[in-house]
Design a protein around this ligand. Structure first.
Ligand code: ATP
Ligand code: MG
Length: 572
C-alpha cells in the first residue's frame, strides 16, 4: 500500500469527549470516525486490526470445536417473551416494529435465537456437544456510551454457545473455552487476567471475565499475589473482619444527641469524636415496588450487586429523598434503622458485632449513640453486602489482596438449563428419554479488544501495535521522495517484502522525513525501515522497532530475512 492511497485521515485536534488514550489515538491516527453516540465507522487501518483479532479468535474457536455461523441481527420479540427477557432487558434493548406493527429488537446477544435454532434442529444425544459461534455486530442502547470503542451502542462481538448433554459435558466445554480465551488474548499480545465475576442479567451460575489490566478500565478487580484467586470487586467475598472483637465491656443505653447540620460520615465522626467504623450507614433502596434498607459500617461501601443477590429484584435503585422523608420523617443524613416499621433491613456481617454504635435518629439534626444491633432494631438478614478493599484477606489463602483496574474483553458463562428450559430445547438420551440441553455462552468484544490493546501499548508519540494484530507490519520511509536512487531502492524493498507476504506501507509522499516519522509513530507500525544516506554510503537500511529507542542498521540484502524473523517471533 502506498501511503498516499491509504484512507487514514489523521487529526490534529481530538474532540474533548475523547477522554481515554485509545479513543484519542484511534481518532487521531485515522482508525475510526464517529457516526453517532457510541456508533463508529472502522476505517481501513482499524478494519485490518479487527480482521486480525477476528482471525485469531476464529482459529482458536475452530480448534476448540466451534462451527461458525451467522445469525440475524433483527430478532422477533416472541423468543424474548419466551425467555422472559423482553421485559428484563429494559431500555438497553433497541426495539423496533415492522410495517405490520410486530415487535422486533436489534440483537444485544443471541441466547434466545441460537436456542430456538437448536431446539428445532437437534434432537438426539448423538448431535451433542454442539458449539456454534459467530462474529457480528451487537446493539445495546447503553446508558452511557463512552470511551470510543470501549462502550459502544453498536460493537463487534464473537459469541459462542455450547450445548451439552449434562453438567459434566458443560464443565468440559467451559474449560475448553476458558483455555481458548487465554490463548486468544495471549496471541493478541495483551496482559490479562481471568477473574470470577457476576452473571448479571444473562443468568447462570459460574462465570469468569477476562480483564485486560489498564488504568482506564471501568472494572475494578482484586487479586491475590500469592495464589491464583482473582475476582471482580462486584462479587469478591469479604471475610468478616472484626476490629470490634476487643469489645468494650459495657453496653450502654441508647441516647439521642443533637448533631445540627452534620450529615456526612466525616462531619458526624468529627462532631461526635468517634471513628467511622462506629457509625452505621443506613441506605434506602427501591427494589422494584418495595423499599428496603441496607446497613454497612460507616467506613465501608455498599455493594449493590451483593445486596441484590440477597434481595432478588429486577431493579434496585437508591430511594428518592421524598420517599425517605415519607418513611422516616427525616432527610437523608439523619436516618437510621431504629424504629423503622415493616421494612426489611439487610445488614452487613460486620454490623452484627458492633457495640455502642452511632446512627441517624430519623429526625433532622439528631443522631443516636450507643445503639445495639438486635437490641435496638431488628435485622431481617445479615450477609456480605459490602465492597471489598485493598489489603483485605484473600478468601482462599489469607494473603493481602491487591487491586487493579481492568477492561472486560471477554466473559464465559455456565448457563445451565435457563434458556433450554424456557424455550424447551430438549434431546433424547441413550435410553430415549427427553432431557434438557445444558448450555454455556462465551463472548469476546472484538472492537473493545482493539481499544484495550491500544490502552496497553502506546507512548507519547502514538500507538505501539503488538505484531500479531498490527494493521501493517512495516512502513518504508525514503527520506527524500525526490532522490531517484532512494526511491528506486525503496520500491525494490517494498516489492520484495510484499512478495514474501509481509504487510507493508510505502510512504511515497513528498514530505520531510520528520513528518513521515511522526505519522509512522502515531499509526504504530511495529517496524520502520528508513532508506537514506547510509544506503548510499554503506549499503545499509535503518531498521527501527516502534518500542525500541535505538535503531539498527542492516545490510540491504538481509532486510527481508531480518524483518521476517521479527514478525515470526511475534515478540514485542
Ligand atoms: P459490560 O459489563 O462492560 O457492560 P457485559 O458484561 O454486559 O459488558 P457481555 O454480555 O459479557 O458484556 O458481552 C461480551 C463482551 O462484549 C464483553 O466482555 C465486552 O468485551 C463486549 N462488550 C459488551 N458491551 C459492550 C459495549 N457496549 N461496547 C463494546 N464492547 C462491549
Ligand atoms: Mg460481561
Amino acid at each position: 500500500m502506498y501511503f498516499s492511497n491509504l484512507f487514514a485521515p489523521t487529526l490534529r485536534e481530538v474532540p474533548a469527549e475523547a477522554e481515554i488514550v485509545s479513543h484519542q489515538l484511534l481518532l487521531r491516527a485515522g482508525f475510526i470516525r464517529k457516526s453517532s453516540s457510541g456508533v463508529y465507522t472502522y476505517l481501513p487501518l482499524a478494519w485490518r486490526v479487527l480482521q486480525k483479532i477476528s482471525d485469531i479468535v476464529r482459529e482458536e474457536m475452530n480448534k476448540a470445536g466451534g462451527q461458525e455461523i451467522l445469525m440475524p441481527i433483527i430478532q422477533p420479540a416472541e423468543i424474548w417473551l419466551e425467555s422472559g427477557r423482553w421485559h428484563v432487558y429494559g431500555d438497553e434493548l433497541f426495539r423496533l416494529k415492522d410495517r405490520h406493527g410486530r415487535d422486533f429488537c436489534l440483537s444485544p446477544t443471541h441466547e434466545e435465537l441460537v436456542t430456538d435454532l437448536v431446539r428445532s434442529n437437534v434432537s438426539s444425544y448423538r448431535q451433542l456437544p454442539l458449539y456454534l459461534y459467530q462474529i457480528q455486530n451487537k446493539y445495546r442502547d447503553e446508558r452511557r456510551p463512552r470511551f470510543g470503542l470501549m462502550r459502544g451502542r453498536e460493537f463487534i462481538m464473537k459469541d459462542l454457545y455450547s450445548f451439552d448433554r449434562d453438567e459434566e459435558g458443560l464443565n468440559l466445554s467451559y474449560k475448553k473455552m476458558y483455555d481458548a480465551y487465554g490463548a486468544i488474548f495471549k496471541r493478541c499480545g495483551l496482559d490479562f487476567r481471568p477473574v470470577e465475576a457476576d452473571s448479571g442479567a444473562i443468568g447462570g451460575s459460574v462465570t469468569h471475565e477476562f480483564m485486560v489490566i489498564a488504568e482506564s478500565g471501568e472494572a475494578q478487580i482484586v487479586y491475590c499475589p500469592d495464589c491464583d484467586y482473582a475476582a471482580n470487586v462486584e462479587i469478591a467475598d469479604c471475610l468478616p473482619s472484626n476490629p470490634d472483637n476487643k469489645r468494650e465491656d459495657t453496653i450502654k443505653a441508647k441516647e439521642k444527641v443533637a448533631t445540627p447540620n452534620q450529615t456526612t460520615i466525616d462531619e458526624v465522626t468529627n462532631y461526635l469524636n468517634v471513628s467511622a467504623d462506629k457509625l452505621i450507614k443506613t441506605l434506602f433502596y427501591q427494589a422494584d415496588e418495595e423499599i428496603i434498607v441496607a446497613l454497612v459500617r460507616g467506613d465501608r461501601m455498599i455493594n449493590e450487586i451483593k445486596l441484590q443477590k440477597m434481595h432478588p429484584s429486577l431493579t434496585l435503585e437508591m430511594a428518592s429523598a421524598e420517599k425517605i422523608k415519607e418513611i422516616t420523617g427525616s432527610v437523608p443524613g439523619f436516618v437510621g434503622p431504629v424504629g423503622l416499621k415493616k421494612i426489611k433491613i439487610y445488614a452487613d456481617e460486620e454490623i452484627k458485632s458492633m457495640v455502642n454504635a452511632v446512627c441517624g435518629a430519623n429526625e433532622e439534626g439528631f443522631h443516636l449513640i450507643n445503639v445495639q444491633p438486635n437490641r435496638d432494631f431488628e435485622v431481617f438478614a445479615y450477609g456480605d453486602i459490602r465492597m471489598i478493599e485493598e489489603g483485605e484477606a484473600c478468601p482462599r489463602c489469607q494473603a493481602k489482596l491487591k487491586m487493579a483496574r481492568g477492561i472486560e474483553v471477554g466473559q464465559v458463562f455456565k448457563l445451565g438449563t435457563k434458556y433450554s428450559e424456557a424455550l424447551g430445547a430438549k434431546f433424547s438420551d441413550e435410553q430415549g428419554k427427553e432431557q434438557l440441553m445444558v448450555m454455556g455462552c462465551y463472548g469476546i468484544g472484538i472492537s473493545r479488544t482493539m481499544a484495550a490493546a491500544v490502552e496497553q501499548n502506546y507512548d507519547a508519540d502514538g500507538i505501539i501495535w503488538p505484531i500479531s494484530i498490527a494493521p501493517y507490519h512495516v512502513v518504508i520511509v525514503p527520506v527524500s521522495a525526490k532522490d531517484d536512487f532512494l526511491w528506486e531502492k525503496s520500491l525494490e524493498i517494498y516489492k520484495e517484502l510484499q512478495e514474501k507476504g509481509i504487510e507493508v506501507v510505502l510512504d511515497d509522499r513528498d514530505e520531510r522525513a520528520g513528518v513521515k516519522f511522526k505519522d509512522a509513530d502515531l499509526i504504530g507500525y511495529p517496524i520502520r525501515l528508513t532508506v537514506g544516506k547510509k544506503l548510499k554510503e554503506e549499503g545499509k537500511i535503518e531498521l527501527k522497532l516502534r518500542w525500541d529507542k535505538e535503531a539498527k542498521f542492516i545490510d540491504l540484502q538481509d532486510i527481508a530475512k531480518v524483518v521476517m524473523d521479527i514478525i515470526a517471533s511475534g515478540m514485542n
